[in-house]
Design a protein around this ligand. Structure first.
Ligand SMILES: C[S@@+](CC[C@H](N)C(=O)[O-])C[C@H]1O[C@@H](n2cnc3c(N)ncnc32)[C@H](O)[C@@H]1O
Length: 199
């Protein structure tokens, strides 16, 4: 994956990293960021981040959290929030977390307080009783999408903290889908409603 050393002459732009220009860039980044310094990529992303945040409960070091973070990077979430244990399983993130702003909250109450202070709607994503379908209830533009953990789902505390809870319609026999898949569907629902899609 990636590109080799940059041919001479090198571009004269301070966003480029001389070490990458010399050695090549093997990172998992889109072509427009090839050879850029990581800080410059983050700064550029910061100029166009979307209005949704992603939050996930973290108690079991679940490897799915990394996958959620990677999708949050792909869809350019404003921030990622880890709720519960501070240390989370980065394996599935494939280093995408370095381009993301990650904030830790010790519990759902702290997340709720932070969300209210920042004028965001806290939207739980789960198929718990009382949830309404995401397909017919559009997400608010400025929101935090809160996901539970694989296996247990949203904790009662997190469920109670949510301003509303949306479910993803299912039609088969399984009780639920994988949280990484659910997160991708929910984020893409926001994208389908609000993002400017380049032609
Ligand atoms: C594997 S699910 C488990 C919880 C689920 N409430 C149950 O009864 O089995 C883990 C997480 O994935 C997400 N999820 C899975 N299926 C979902 C669905 N149909 N609608 C919304 N979220 C879903 C939610 O964030 C949930 O907390």
């Amino acid at each position: 994956m990636g590109v080799g050393p940059h041919p001479l002459p090198w571009p004269e732009d301070s966003r480029y990293d001389p070490e990458l220009l010399e050695a090549g860039d093997r990172r998992n980044v889109v072509d427009r960021y090839r050879y850029w310094l990581m800080a410059e990529i983050v700064a550029d992303l910061d100029t166009r981040r979307h209005g949704f945040h992603v939050a996930i409960e973290n108690f079991q070091h679940d490897f799915n959290i990394g996958s959620v973070v990677r999708t949050a990077n792909a869809f350019l979430a404003a921030e990622v929030h880890i709720v519960g244990r501070k240390r989370w399983n980065r394996r599935g993130a494939m280093v995408t977390d370095r381009y993301q702003h990650i904030r830790h909250h010790e519990d759902a109450q702290h997340l709720k307080a932070w969300t209210a202070t920042n004028d965001l709607v806290l939207v739980g994503i789960d198929n718990l009783p009382g949830s309404v379908p995401i397909e017919t209830n559009p997400l608010p533009e400025n929101c935090v999408l809160l996901f539970g953990q694989e296996g247990v789902g949203l904790t009662p505390e997190a469920h109670a903290a949510c301003d509303r809870v949306l479910s993803i319609a299912q039609f088969g026999s399984t009780r639920s889908i994988n949280v990484g898949a659910a997160a991708a569907i929910a984020m893409h629902s926001w994208i389908g409603t609000y993002a400017r899609i380049p032609e």
